[in-house]
Design a protein around this ligand. Sequence first.
Ligand code: URA
Length: 263
Amino acid sequence: MNAPALDTAAAESLLAFWRDAGVDACFEDSPVDRTHVAPPPAVKAVAKATASVVALPVTGDAVAEARRLAAGADTPAALAEAVAAFTGCPLRDMGARQAVFSRGPADAPLLIIGEGPGAEEDEQGLPFVGKAGKLLDRMLAEAGLADRAFITNTVFWRPPGNRTPSPAEQAACAPFVERAFFLLKPKAVLLLGAAAAKSVLSTDEGIMRLRGHWKDWRLAEGNVSAPVLATFHPAFLLRTPMAKKAAWADMLSVAARLDPPAG
Ligand code: URA
């Protein structure tokens, strides 16, 4: 019997769905010894589809360099220049056109952190300007938060094939994210999706469990802290409309943090 043709785009989309839902490992009911059997077509197709996901290691020197550059920036604009000068994140040399750091006012009371730039962000040099960004903007506007958010990502160069940034790539860029937090001193922080939540909150917990629960994000240095909330990534919402209700509740919760109801 011939195996059905596998649609690579559908497989990638399904993988992205599970990844956003916090599933990062696949197991079958009983163990399979794949050292003696040829992988089935579906496994081969997934391996091919994810061939571009290989992440290079990041050295301690790179993180130290990021810290040094970030510490020298005293405004978000200077921080953007420091990011552009940073050569220690391997994503920079993996096909990205330019660094994508932030958009939004430098005195915004809300800091939003996404995963990493996609194709349109890479092209325009601004975060969240594609379809997911448009949904994010609509939600912010409806919640009365338009122009009140400084938006950035855990990494500043587009990962090849829009794969999830590796923890090492996020670690290389983290000093800039932390510096943005330090400079803004926001009243609240919103983390979009599992990759941002895991990186900022240093946890392996999936987004399904994390979302909707306020936590405290405290910088080790600098005595800065703020309430932080993880929610679903807008790209996940575009694929999973059922999740919009929960994400909207999260957005309203953020709005209430910024402007607590009187009384
Ligand atoms: N997704 C992200 O996580 N960040 C962007 O900037 C765009 C899409």
